[in-house]
Write a protein that binds this ligand. Structure first.
Ligand code: H2B
Length: 96
C-alpha cells in the first residue's frame, strides 16, 4: 500500500505522468468525469466510495447530474501523497 508522505512538486510531476486525466488544482489531484446519466454517475461514485473505504482514504467530490469532479489530497500530511495516486489509479480503473 502506498504511503502517506507529502510529495514534493517534482515528485508529483513524475507521478502525474502515470496518472492519465489527473492534474493538480488548488494543491489537490483533480479529474473531471462525465457520464450518460445521473444514475451512471452515481453508480460510479458508489464504486469509488467502496474502494476508498477499503483504502481508508477518501475523496472530496462534487456531483451535478452526470458530472463528477474528484479532488484527492491527504489531510494527514497537508498535501498530495503516494496514496492519492494509488486511489487515482483505482478510480481510473472504475471509470468507463
Ligand atoms: N482521507 C484522506 N483523503 N486524507 C486523509 O488524511 C485521511 C482520509 N485520513 N481518510 C484518514 C481517513 C484518517 O482520518 C483515518 C483516521 O485513518
Amino acid at each position: 500500500m502506498a504511503d502517506r508522505r507529502k510529495l514534493t512538486d517534482a515528485e508529483i510531476e513524475q507521478y502525474l505522468a502515470q496518472a492519465p486525466g489527473w492534474s493538480v488544482a488548488d494543491g489537490k489531484l483533480r479529474r473531471a468525469f462525465q457520464f450518460g446519466s445521473f444514475v451512471e454517475a452515481f453508480g460510479f461514485m458508489s464504486s469509488v466510495a467502496l474502494a476508498a473505504e477499503k483504502m481508508d482514504h477518501h475523496p472530496e467530490w462534487f456531483n451535478v447530474y452526470n458530472r463528477v469532479v474528484i479532488d484527492l489530497n491527504t489531510h494527514d500530511v497537508g498535501g498530495i501523497s503516494p496514496l492519492d495516486f494509488e486511489l487515482a489509479a483505482r478510480i481510473n480503473g472504475l471509470a468507463p
